[in-house]
Design a binder for this molecule. Structure first.
Ligand SMILES: [Zn+2]
Ligand SMILES: [Zn+2]
Length: 271
């Protein structure tokens, strides 16, 4: 059952840590698009230096022609084995970023799903050639985005929906896609996500968009009003991205009046 939305706070006190610094979505160089400098040690060291409370590593799981599943499994196991010396206070969780490749279809090899301590699901990796692109008409593209969102929400392993409505530099723009979608259906999907405890991600694709995604802010306002939890994900592929995110988190929490009660926290017990 959906819980009552916690009271929204005013902006966190200056210099205070009303909101912890977290990244629920972080790449290492195990991801093809992760910078070479993103070794596990470098990422964890940087997060610790910046005072992160939680770091979730979520390397990409693409189709088997793109991702080497054996290597992904082995490297993730190695990450789990060597994170122990880092905690506490930094909690390191080894998850994965899965993706919807077409409405109703998620690339999810069973052993990688089982190994992931947290599943971030991307509904819209349209920039990847192996992902079905949205139709050309804006209204149809918006319906397609909702179909993919519904696919992510229906998957029993999903913890977080990554970058909703982000089109990653492709047309249509996130604001346009959001405004063109069936708002009644979107609301039903959001209510479903709140009921099942799935988080909606807020990340640099929204916060640092070239054309500020101002209308999309309403999505998060509605989501919070429904009692939904926000996952704060850096989606960092470079160390500088992780560093910048530590400041973004404070600004985002100030903008939306977020306290730690509004944030999504993993419930898994890391081994
Ligand atoms: Zn993604
Ligand atoms: Zn990512």
């Amino acid at each position: 059952m959906a819980s009552e939305a916690p009271a929204r706070a005013a902006a966190p006190a200056a210099g205070g840590r009303a909101v912890p610094v977290v990244s629920t979505h972080t790449h290492t160089n195990l991801s093809l698009c992760g910078d070479w400098e993103m070794t596990f040690d470098a990422v964890v060291d940087r997060a610790a230096e910046l005072g992160f409370e939680l770091l979730i590593v979520t390397d990409h799981v693409h189709s088997p022609t793109v991702t080497d599943y054996e290597q992904h499994l082995a490297t993730s196991a190695w990450y789990r084995a060597c994170r122990g010396v880092r905690q506490p206070p930094l909690r390191v969780v080894i998850g994965a970023e899965f993706e919807v490749v077409a409405p109703g279809r998620i690339t999810a090899p069973a052993d990688l799903v089982e190994a992931a301590e947290c599943a971030v699901v991307a509904p819209n990796h349209y920039q990847c050639p192996w992902v079905q692109p949205p139709p050309g008409l804006l209204r149809d593209a918006a319906a397609f985005e909702l179909d993919n969102l519904a696919t992510a929400l229906a998957w029993p392993h999903t913890d977080i929906v990554a970058h909703p409505f982000a089109t990653t530099g492709m047309a249509p723009a996130p604001d346009d896609l959001y405004l063109a979608c069936d708002q009644g259906r979107l609301r039903e999907l959001l209510s479903q996500a709140v009921a099942t405890g799935i988080a909606l991600e807020l990340q640099p694709k929204f916060w640092r968009a070239e054309k500020p995604a101002s209308r999309l802010a309403q999505l998060y306002e509605d989501w919070l009003a429904l009692g939904g939890r926000v996952a704060l994900g850096s989606d960092a592929h470079r160390l500088v991205g992780l560093t910048r995110w530590a400041g973004d988190v404070v600004d985002i929490c100030g903008r939306f009046g977020l306290t730690r009660d509004h944030l999504w926290w993993p419930v898994t017990k890391e081994g």
